[in-house]
Design a protein around this ligand. Structure first.
Ligand code: QV4
Ligand code: CA
Length: 512
């Protein structure tokens, strides 16, 4: 009996590190601020056929509606209740999306905002996404319900009630993050309400959660909540599957709260990844691509089995959160493709691709004054649909980085090389690098200011391969560069520093 309990507990804790992706798929995409109806369609028409494993969706829970500024994206990080209506759609639309994505083998991961409710200055009324009454002044949220007793204020010891000093662990977890009313997650009642919310989504078919603001919650409280979560819905997942948990903890070093306090509970967002890779690809601080030879743990990052990695996220692509100026985004498209291509080729971590919308930036002294602007919308903050152009790009100011040929094809590359070790590393001591993944794939990048002409061992079987960056294999023909690999595995590569995309990638499925 004791052994059985032990085995069950081990099973419960370990499985939360797996994204539960299906059919050998490895990457997830954050469809930031997309409507549920558009995500459902995207799963069927694009994500499933191109090997995407899952989608991180924006918070589905009822949130405050902010009109000054006008419907900012961040209003969704201020919950009013756990009812499932938001600017992305209502509960029926959410359910339909989860069902349709699951039916084509694409997982849904929910962004769960459980550290807090709305800001203390949120007022009182029904300016909420399902129209539920609340009162931020008296801390009443009848839609849950929570009352003043369910918040942390008495435990917070700062004069302002706010987090004032990130070196004080108690403040960071018991005080208000930018004025957001901080929930008392040690209370059984509060834990129960949060777990009920997450379990409802599990029953609807989601595969896991991105847990928001984990640095601001005690690991013990999170452990108790995760322990109450059900197994995944057996309509789509094998019995006993645990929800995938990836926790947002920004640990760039230098603070007392470490990512390692959370890696026992689930995966953790590795923010060093994008910040450091941005420096390398931009060649700032004397960084060079050749230094990436020991990328991952060798660069002070958490163990690969604990990490969720990304080039940019919805915060740091607009100066929120952390990472700073080095973060690469779609605004720097050429370098962004290099960084994303490298990420998807390299074995470290579970990879998340960002998919954004365009907004009018107004950068003053390095800060974007328009960092609040919400998704493309018509009047009243109604989110515009994602339209698809004839060349398969997106309209209505949706950027759809995940549809960029180079990025989409590297998502496929990662699936093809899944499980293969990094092999045949080469560099020129500067900004030209190449590496393979066993005998399944090979990538070579020229980020120097001169052209490359080099013959290297790829590790691949002999034959002609289609480069999936300059083009792709379509039927039996190649729309891009062709690479001839000899029977000895060697191939010649030419990459001009002025090529539109200065890298080449070939893999077992791009063989002609
Ligand atoms: C303002 C003042 C406060 C004042 C308060 C009074 O700044 O000093 O006390 O009014 O009510 C928005 C506004 C912010 C405002 C706050 C409360 O920007 O000015 O406070 O609302 O009304 C997102 C945005 C925040 C936004 C928040 C809630 O980034 O700007 O705040 O949503 O709408 C740290 C954390 C990390 C966090 C990161 C941004 O450790 O966890 O900051 N990242 C996650 C999400 C992020 C989200 C939150 C956490 C909060 O990824 O998107 O914040 O859920 O590094
Ligand atoms: Ca807290």
């Amino acid at each position: 009996m004791k052994l059985l309990i032990l085995v069950t507990l081990l099973g419960l804790s370990s499985a939360q590190f797996s994204p539960n992706t299906r059919s050998g798929r490895t990457s997830i995409v954050h469809l930031f601020e997309w409507r549920w109806a558009d995500i459902a369609a995207e799963c069927e028409r694009y994500l499933a056929p191109n090997g995407f494993g899952g989608v991180q969706i924006s918070p589905p829970s009822e949130s405050i509606v902010v009109t000054n500024p006008s419907y900012p994206w961040w209003q969704r990080y201020q919950p009013i209740s756990y009812k499932l209506c938001s600017r992305s759609g209502n509960e029926n639309e959410l359910r339909d999306m989860i069902t349709r994505c699951n039916n084509v083998g694409v997982n849904i991961y929910v962004d769960a905002v459980i550290n807090h409710m709305c800001g203390s200055g949120g007022g009182a009324g029904t300016h909420s996404s399902c129209g539920t009454y609340f009162n931020a002044n008296t801390k009443e949220f009848p839609g849950v319900p929570y009352s003043a007793l369910d918040f942390n204020d008495s435990k917070c010891k700062t004069g302002s009630g706010e987090i004032e000093n990130y070196n004080d662990v108690n403040q960071v977890r018991n005080c208000r993050l930018v004025g957001l009313l901080d929930l008392a997650l040690e209370k059984d009642y509060v834990r129960g309400k949060v777990a009920d919310y997450m379990n409802k989504l599990i029953d609807m078919g989601v595969a896991g959660f991105r847990v928001d603001a984990c640095k601001h919650m005690w690991p013990g409280d999170l452990s108790a909540i995760y322990g109450r979560l059900k197994n995944l819905n057996t309509k789509w997942f094998s019995s006993g599957s645990r929800p995938f948990i990836f926790q947002e903890v920004i640990d760039l070093g230098g603070e007392p709260i470490k990512a390692s306090e959370y890696t026992g509970l689930g995966r953790v967002t590795e923010f060093k990844y994008g910040a450091k890779l941005g420096n390398v690809v931009r060649k700032w601080n004397g960084e060079k691509l050749s230094y990436l030879k020991n990328w991952g743990e060798g660069w002070g990052m958490m163990p690969t089995g604990k990490a969720l990695v990304f080039v940019d996220n919805h915060d740091n692509q607009r100066g929120h959160g952390a990472g700073g100026a080095s973060i690469l985004t779609f605004w720097d498209a050429r370098l962004y493709k290099i960084a994303t291509g490298f990420m998807l080729a390299h074995p470290y971590g579970v990879t998340r691709v960002m998919s954004s919308y365009r907004w009018n930036r107004n950068i003053v002294n390095g800060q974007d004054r328009n960092d609040w602007i919400g998704p493309p919308s018509s009047s009243g903050g109604v989110t515009k649909p994602v339209t698809i152009n004839s060349d398969s790009t997106c309209g209505n100011d949706w950027v759809c980085e995940h549809r960029w040929r180079q990025i989409k094809n590297m998502v496929i590359f990662r699936n093809v090389v899944n499980g293969q070790p990094l092999s045949n590393w080469w560099d020129n001591g500067n900004n030209m690098i190449a590496f393979g993944r066993g005998n399944r794939g090979f990538i070579i990048i020229n980020n120097d200011t001169w052209s490359m002409d080099i013959t290297l061992n790829t590790g691949l079987p002999g034959g002609t391969y289609c480069d999936v960056i300059s083009g792709q294999k379509e039927g039996s023909r190649c729309t891009g560069k062709q690479v001839t690999v000899g029977s000895d595995g060697r191939a010649n590569f030419k990459i001009s520093n002025s090529d539109q995309d200065p890298f080449i990638a070939i893999h077992a499925s791009s063989k002609l």
